[in-house]
Design a protein around this ligand. Structure first.
Ligand SMILES: [Zn+2]
Length: 347
């Protein structure tokens, strides 16, 4: 059927996009600790369509009452990350403490607890309790060996270093990964909080204008809820933008690897492309977005199944497959290890 196409009208592969679905910027959110405030926080995020990594300590109550809500959160596009089993802390930390606190039980045990209590297929993300031990190579190696792809820090809480670490991209070292800023009241050993909505929004605006990754961090127990309070006012500001990818932190880091390792190869004969990534599909279970130049009479088909067109709506799931068109440019979002072909659109 493609033989009917005039010369120069064949689809041409151009590039892989930096973010899923060719989004201009990313919003990712993380929340910490097993507290009774977690359900209220997830409810608030869902009002605005914000997707988060929910870091829980799997032996800290009230975790036993939280699992059903966490299971629903996974279905709604959030991620459950590990915040260890017991949330041990020491200020200042030292290598002896870290060697003991980062035991197999805390690292792999908490991971297995999440897998046992939910249907999440993998645990991508770790969060350092109290920010302790994040800079130690042997700790990072233990986390990597347990399969974590990213570990979020909480830098220098005693001197308010945790308020605005101002990382607006992927971390160079994903096992000591910072974030953009916190939205929360004063808590823990911090000197202050970060609750000024104008200031919170201005930082987001700056990252959005740069096409960066806006990575927001909060503790549910140090928030005020309701549409007039600072947390939801900030969520409302960053919510529901068509050119933003809303994604938890683990799948965001998985995307970078998946995108970099995905190969697109033109096959002989009719115009078909092999899309492949030599990665474990259980860990790297997301889609990547490929840009093609293609005439408007064609639609992409992945492994024999025509992809649905999605011209509007939020980019807030990392495993969906679809395409959208901007003029002659097609943004094709597929999971790798597929054969992509193009067929005439039929009415
Ligand atoms: Zn914590």
């Amino acid at each position: 059927m493609l033989a009917a196409l005039a010369c120069g009208q064949s689809p041409v592969f151009v590039r892989k996009t930096k973010y899923l679905n060719g989004a201009r910027a990313v919003v990712t959110h993380t929340i910490d600790d097993s507290t009774r405030f977690v359900p209220d926080c997830v409810d608030a995020m869902d009002k605005y369509g914000i997707k988060a990594t929910i870091f829980v300590s799997t032996e800290r109550e009230p975790i036993s009452t939280l699992w059903p809500r966490l299971e629903r959160a996974i279905a709604d596009g959030h991620e459950i990350g590990s915040h260890s089993r017991r949330h041990q802390c020491k200020w200042p930390d030292d290598e002896t403490f870290c060697a003991a606190a980062y035991s197999d039980s805390e690292i792999a045990g908490s991971r297995d607890d999440i897998l046992a209590h939910t249907r999440q297929p993998y645990v991508w993300s770790w969060c350092y309790p109290c920010g302790n031990c994040a800079g130690l190579g042997f700790v990072q190696q233990r986390l990597a060996a347990a399969g974590y792809l990213v570990a979020r820090n909480y830098p220098d809480e005693a001197r308010d270093g945790h308020l605005v670490p101002n990382l607006n991209d992927w971390a160079a070292n994903p096992y000591n990964a910072a974030y953009t800023q916190v939205a929360q009241k004063k808590g823990g050993i911090a000197l202050s909080g970060n609750t000024d909505v104008a200031r919170l929004n201005a930082k987001f605006d700056e990252v959005y204008a740069q096409g960066g990754i806006y990575n927001l961090m909060s503790h549910p127990q140090w928030l005020d809820y309701g549409p007039d309070a600072f947390y939801e006012r900030h969520l409302a500001h960053i919510a529901r933008r068509a050119d933003i990818w809303y994604v938890p932190m683990g799948p965001l880091y998985a995307y970078r690897t998946l995108r970099d390792r995905t190969e697109v190869r033109r096959l002989k004969g009719p115009i078909r492309y092999a899309v492949s990534a030599n990665l474990d599909p259980k860990t790297y279970n997301g889609s990547v977005t490929l840009v093609f130049l293609a005439p408007s009479t064609l639609r992409p088909v992945a492994s024999g199944t025509p992809l649905p067109e999605r011209s509007d709506g939020m980019t807030d799931r990392w495993t969906d497959q679809y395409y959208r068109r901007e003029g002659k440019t097609l943004f094709v979002t597929v999971r790798p290890n597929t054969i992509l072909e193009f067929r005439p659109l039929t009415n």
